[in-house]
Design a protein around this ligand. Structure first.
Ligand SMILES: [Fe+2]
Length: 219
C-alpha cells in the first residue's frame, strides 16, 4: 500500500468512525446492565486467506466503486473489562457470510461469492473501547441462524471468540451453537437488535453489541 492510499484509507476510516459513534449514543446501554459475554466457537470459516483490504468497511473492497449487496448495517459497541471499563488497544475482528451466504474461505463453495463483500474486517479500539464496522445484516446459510463472528485479540492474551445473533430470529431456537448457551442472560448478551435507522433513505440498520470477554488487559 502506498502512502497516498494509506492516507485515503485513514480518512475514510475516521469519517466513518464518527458516523458510527454518533449512531451509538444509545441511552440505557450501560455496563451495569451487561454481563460477561459468553465465549463461542470460532467455527471453521475464519478466512484462510485474508482479504487485501482488512479495514472496518466491509461494503467496499479497496477503492472499488461497486459496493457489496445486502442490508447495510452499522455495527458498533464497546469492548469492556470485567469492571465495565473500556479496553483500549483491543483488536476486534469480524467475519461473516456475504448476501449469498458464503464465507471468505476456500472451503465454502456452496454458492457464488459476492466479490464486492470484504467478508472480514478489523478495528483497533481507542481509549473509549469503541469499535465500529459498516457491513451487511448476515443472512442464513445451511445449518445456522443469522450470526456474525467476532475475535478479540489483546496483547498477552489468547484470542477470544464469540458470535452475535439477531433478536427475534425464528431460526435462533433451532441453532445448536446459539442454544448451547443455556443461561437466558448470557443468551441475551449475544442477541442484538438490527434496528432501522429512521433517517436513512437506504433502509440502513444500526446494531450495537457491547462485549465483555472477561479479560483484563495487561498492565
Ligand atoms: Fe458462521
Amino acid at each position: 500500500m502506498n502512502l497516498i492510499h494509506q492516507d485515503l484509507t485513514r480518512r475514510r476510516f475516521l469519517r466513518r468512525l464518527s458516523v458510527g459513534a454518533a449512531l451509538f449514543t444509545v441511552p440505557g446501554a450501560f455496563a451495569e446492565e451487561l454481563m460477561r459475554t459468553p465465549q463461542q466457537t470460532e467455527g471453521p470459516f475464519y478466512p484462510d486467506h485474508l482479504p487485501l483490504d482488512t479495514d472496518n468497511d466491509l461494503l467496499i473492497v479497496n477503492d472499488t466503486l461497486t459496493p457489496a449487496v445486502g442490508e447495510i448495517t452499522h455495527l458498533g459497541g464497546r469492548i469492556l473489562d470485567p469492571k465495565g471499563q473500556p479496553i483500549r488497544n483491543a483488536l476486534v475482528e469480524i467475519w461473516q457470510v456475504d448476501n449469498n451466504g458464503v464465507y471468505l474461505h476456500s472451503h465454502d463453495t456452496h454458492a457464488a461469492r459476492d466479490k464486492n463483500f470484504q467478508g472480514f474486517g478489523r478495528f483497533l479500539t481507542g481509549s473509549t473501547g469503541e469499535y465500529y464496522f459498516r457491513t451487511i445484516k448476515p443472512v442464513l446459510y445451511p445449518g445456522r441462524t443469522r450470526h456474525i463472528h467476532f475475535a478479540i485479540k489483546m496483547k498477552g492474551r489468547d484470542k477470544w471468540t464469540t458470535q452475535c445473533y439477531g433478536k427475534g430470529e425464528p431460526q435462533n431456537e433451532r441453532d445448536g451453537i446459539y442454544t448451547a448457551i443455556k443461561d437466558p442472560k448470557a443468551r441475551a448478551a449475544v442477541t442484538i437488535d438490527f434496528a432501522p435507522i429512521k433517517t436513512s433513505r437506504l433502509g440502513e440498520l444500526a446494531a450495537r453489541f457491547d462485549i465483555m470477554p472477561g479479560l483484563t488487559p495487561e498492565a
